[in-house]
Write a protein that binds this ligand. Structure first.
Ligand code: GLU
Length: 435
């Protein structure tokens, strides 16, 4: 079957925002780890995926960079799975510190204030280390690499050169590991814990990997492609909670106010964002601002959040999904099942629109006519409506399009090529089908 390529408005919007956020060369690469200073500062990539959806990736989407601090919430999740929540909470808190990532934030008893600062992440890594060495011959570093690989859905690797760079010069992190050992927060050899933590930070990912990891979190711990349950839903709840309160270091408060997406940044220039149940969104660009967040990445997040209505605290009458059902039918009664019927429902916003976009483009490329039934739709948000209009513009010249929109949620006059069907036509179709 010949396939034409019709571009998807969902994809185009993300691509357009990505490009709009590209200009500018403010900020600088992290330079306290040799390998990071050497990365091309012009690199830039973004990605997004809904938990049941397709992956959309832009720019240098195949470029591998080190995961750095974006590993922290993930290893925290692995530690909760291995040791249980109570054991982890006994050693590491969940209070935002307002301190910078490498601050020596320990409460008087030696308990790091949260798992997102280096002290907390070293403690979490140390707990996993102690536990694994205690109860099996398994290699704790392998457990971390394996866990992150399962979250990503492919075998990840370690950047050995960058690992060696950091492990040779991270005196401050080594000092923190020693402090944690002297306070009894960790029990194993602090140098091994420190090196294991550096390896954890040196795992290589692309924005596609981070988006898959984010989608696994957004789906409550089940990987959307492999179907594997990697983390329990309760664990994911703790992971996303610390991301939202402590994920952006000393700018966690302003990030939540301006962007409103739980996220974790890393000094390599990546930002992993997760909207629970809805969307994973990722950016990568090495130049950092003064708190250690990618300048371009943050610009992309701010813009996408504002323009696509992604702020978690924005009350929109949250949709539970757009697509009630899909069937291939003989709508015009010519004996051929060549029309895709999509019945939508509820409140449709930008992220729930993605499933419509995907289905419509897929079928239009296969020359199927479309029948869009909006009878059960209560509202269509402004951004989603604009996208549906663009979608109709694009496909109505390519395939026959029927739309049943009794509440006139869409502007019918804008689409002369669309057949706006009324209730009687739908009834007639239903009766011929059931007879
Ligand atoms: N490996 C880095 C460090 O510990 C991670 C810091 C970060 O990404 O924020 O210094």
């Amino acid at each position: 079957m010949s396939e034409r390529t019709i571009s998807s408005p969902f994809r185009d919007t993300l691509a357009e925002i990505t490009e709009r956020c590209r200009p500018g060369d403010e900020g600088a690469n992290a330079d306290y780890i040799g390998g990071l200073a050497a990365v091309d500062p012009a690199l830039y990539a973004t990605a997004a995926i809904t938990p049941d959806g397709d992956l959309y990736a832009f720019g240098d989407a195949d470029h591998e960079f080190t995961i750095q601090s974006m590993s922290k919430p993930l290893v925290y999740g692995l530690a909760i799975e291995e040791l249980g929540l109570a054991a982890v909470l006994r050693r590491v808190g969940v209070e935002p510190s307002g301190d910078s990532f490498n601050s020596i934030s320990l409460s008087p008893g030696g308990r790091p204030v949260n798992p997102m600062i280096n002290a907390g992440a070293l403690a979490v890594h140390g707990l996993l280390h102690d536990r694994i060495l205690d109860c099996s011959a398994a290699d704790p570093d392998e457990l971390v690499l394996d866990g992150l690989s399962r979250l990503a859905g492919r075998r990840l690797t370690v950047d050995e050169e960058l690992f060696a760079d950091e492990a040779a010069t991270g005196y401050r992190n080594l000092a923190i590991a020693n402090l944690l050992r002297s306070a009894g927060t960790i029990e194993g050899n602090p140098r091994h814990v420190y090196e294991g933590y550096c390896r954890q930070c040196s795992i290589r990912v692309t924005v596609r990997d981070l988006a898959m990891i984010g989608a696994t979190l957004a789906a409550g711990g089940i990987h959307p492609a492999t179907g594997e349950r990697v983390l329990r839903a309760e664990t994911v709840q703790w992971v996303l909670s610390v991301m939202s309160t402590c994920g952006m270091y000393d700018s966690a408060g302003s990030w939540m106010n301006t962007v409103g997406i739980p996220a974790k940044s890393g000094v390599s220039g990546g930002i992993l964002g997760v909207i629970p149940g809805q969307l994973a969104i990722v950016a990568f660009s090495p130049r950092l601002d003064e708190v250690g967040t990618s300048v371009r990445g943050a610009r992309f997040f701010r813009t996408a959040s504002a323009e696509l209505g992604l702020h978690m605290m924005r009350i929109t009458g949250r949709p539970t999904g757009a697509l009630r059902n899909r069937a291939v039918v003989d709508f015009d009664d010519d004996g051929v099942r060549d029309t895709t019927l999509l019945r939508l429902y509820g409140d449709i916003d930008f992220t729930s629109y993605e499933s419509i976009d995907r289905e419509v483009i897929y079928d239009a490329e296969r020359h199927r006519s479309l029948f869009l039934d909006l009878v059960e739709v209560r509202s269509i948000g402004a951004v989603a409506a604009a996208h549906i209009h663009r979608l109709l513009d694009r496909i109505s010249g390519e395939v026959r399009v029927f739309v049943h929109d009794p509440a006139e949620l869409l502007e019918h006059d804008r689409h002369p090529q669309v057949t706006w069907v009324d209730a009687a036509t739908v009834r007639e179709y239903r009766s011929t089908r059931s007879s």
